[in-house]
Design a protein around this ligand. Structure first.
Ligand code: KG4
Ligand code: ZN
Length: 342
C-alpha cells in the first residue's frame, strides 16, 4: 500500500511516498532554515508564504523522482497539527485537493505521533518487524515545540505521561544558541561548538520529583547569567565550554527522566524521536544509561520530514480510519494526558 505524505507544520515543506508504512520510495524536504536564520527563528508569515511557493514543486519532485503518478497512491496523509496555523493550512489544502480530484482516501495525522513513526521507516530492526514484543513501549518526543513522554500501548493508542512545563528541549537549544551568538537552529550549532569544549560549568538540572514532566527554562536562564558573567564575546573556547555544559545539562535531565519512567512502567523498549534526537551526545547517553532497548531513527529522519507522516498515515488507514474533507487544522493539537483518558 503506497501512501503520499505531506508535511508543512513549521519550516520544512516535505513530500514522500512510503510503502506499507516502512519502505521509503521517495522523500523530499525543502528546508526554509536559511530564510529564517537571518531573523534568529521561524517567522510564521514568512513560513506560510514559503510553503505556498514550495509545496507543488516538492510534491512534483517527489513523484517525479520515481515516475509514480498521483493516481497510483492508495492514500494521502497530511499533518493537521500541532504547528503554525498558516503553514498547516497549505499542506492540508493541497492534500484535500489531491484526494478530492483523484478520489484517494486521505487521513490527517498528528505531527507528534508521526515523529514516533520515524522509527518504523527503512527499519531492519528486529523489534519493529516483531511488533508483538514491542508494545507497550515508552516514547520520548523531543523537538522544537514539544518534549513529551508518551506511553504507547499499540498503534494509535497513546497516553501522555510527561511534558515540558515551560520550554521544549529544542526551543532551549535555540534560545541558548542565540544567547551565545551561535546562530539558528540552535541544536546543531550548540552540538558542533560542544565538540570543541568541556562541560566545565555546573548548570542546574530540574528534577521535578514525583513527576515525569521536564523543565528547561531554569537552565536557559542560568546560561544567560553565565554568558554575561563570563563576558564571552570573542572567546571561542569559553563559548565551547558553555555550549558543552549546556548540552550536558539538557542531556542529563532528559536521560534520567526517560530511564526512570521506563523502569517505573516496566516497558522493554524506548522509542526516541523529534529534532533533538539527532543530538549524538543524547543518543549515546541514552543508549548507555538505559537498561532496556533504545530505538532512535537515523539522523536524517529525526527532524521534520514527510516519510514519517506517510508511515503514521498508513497505520491509521489500515486500521480503517480516514478523514473527511471537512477536517480542519488544529495548531495546538497534543497527546491526551493519562489522567484525561482514565
Ligand atoms: O522535530 P523538528 O525538526 O521540528 C519540530 O517539530 O519542532 O525539531 C527542530 C528542533 C530545533 O529546535 C533544533 O534546534 C533541534 O530540533 N535540533 C537539535 C539538533 N538538530 C535539531 N537539537 C539538538 N541537537 C541537534 N543535533
Ligand atoms: Zn517536528
Amino acid at each position: 500500500m503506497k501512501v503520499l505524505g505531506i508535511e508543512s507544520s513549521c519550516d520544512e515543506t516535505a513530500a514522500a511516498v512510503v510503502e506499507d508504512g516502512r519502505n521509503i520510495i521517495t522523500s523530499v524536504v525543502a528546508s526554509q532554515v536559511e530564510i529564517h536564520a537571518r531573523y534568529g527563528g521561524v517567522v510564521p508569515e514568512v513560513a506560510s508564504r514559503q510553503h505556498m511557493l514550495s509545496i507543488i514543486p516538492v510534491i512534483d519532485r517527489a513523484l517525479g523522482d520515481t515516475g509514480i503518478d498521483c493516481k497510483d497512491m492508495d492514500g494521502i496523509a497530511v499533518t493537521y497539527g500541532p504547528g503554525l496555523a498558516g503553514a498547516l493550512l497549505v499542506g492540508m489544502n493541497v492534500a484535500k485537493t489531491i484526494s478530492a480530484a483523484r478520489n484517494i482516501p486521505f487521513v490527517g495525522v498528528n505531527h507528534l505521533e508521526a515523529h514516533i513513526y520515524a522509527n518504523w521507516l527503512d527499519s531492519d530492526q528486529q523489534t519493529m518487524l516483531g511488533e508483538e514484543n514491542l508494545f507497550p513501549c515508552l516514547c520520548l518526543i523531543i523537538s522544537g515545540g514539544h518534549s513529551d513522554l508518551v506511553f504507547m500501548k499499540g498503534h494509535g493508542q497513546f497516553e501522555r505521561v510527561g511534558k515540558t512545563r515551560d520550554d521544549a528541549a529544542g526551543e532551549a537549544f535555540d534560545k541558548a544558541a542565540r544567547i551565545l551568538g551561535l546562530g539558528y537552529p540552535g541544536g546543531p550549532v550548540i552540538e558542533q561548538a560542544a565538540t570543541q569544549g568541556k562541560p566545565s560549568f555546573q548548570l542546574p538540572r530540574a528534577q521535578l520529583r514525583d513527576s515525569y514532566d521536564f523543565s528547561f527554562s531554569g537552565v536557559k536562564t542560568a546560561l544567560w547569567h553565565l554568558a554575561h558573567r563570563e563576558n564571552i564575546v570573542q572567546d571561542d573556547s569559553r563559548i565551547a565550554d558553555i555550549a558543552a555544559s549546556f548540552q550536558s545539562a539538557i542531556v542529563d535531565s532528559v536521560v534520567k527522566k526517560t530511564v526512570r519512567a521506563a523502569e517505573d512502567m516496566g516497558v522493554q523498549h524506548i522509542l526516541v524521536s523529534g529534532g533533538v534526537s539527532a543530538n549524538k551526545a543524547l543518543r549515546n547517553a541514552l543508549n548507555q544509561a538505559s537498561p532496556v532497548a533504545v530505538h532512535i531513527p537515523p539522523i536524517r529522519l529525526c527532524t521534520d520530514n514527510a516519510a514519517m507522516i506517510a508511515s503514521c498515515g498508513y497505520f491509521h488507514l489500515v486500521a480503517g480510519e480516514k478523514s473527511s474533507l471537512d477536517l480542519d487544522i488544529i495548531p495546538s493539537l497534543s497527546f491526551m494526558d493519562k489522567a484525561a483518558i482514565s
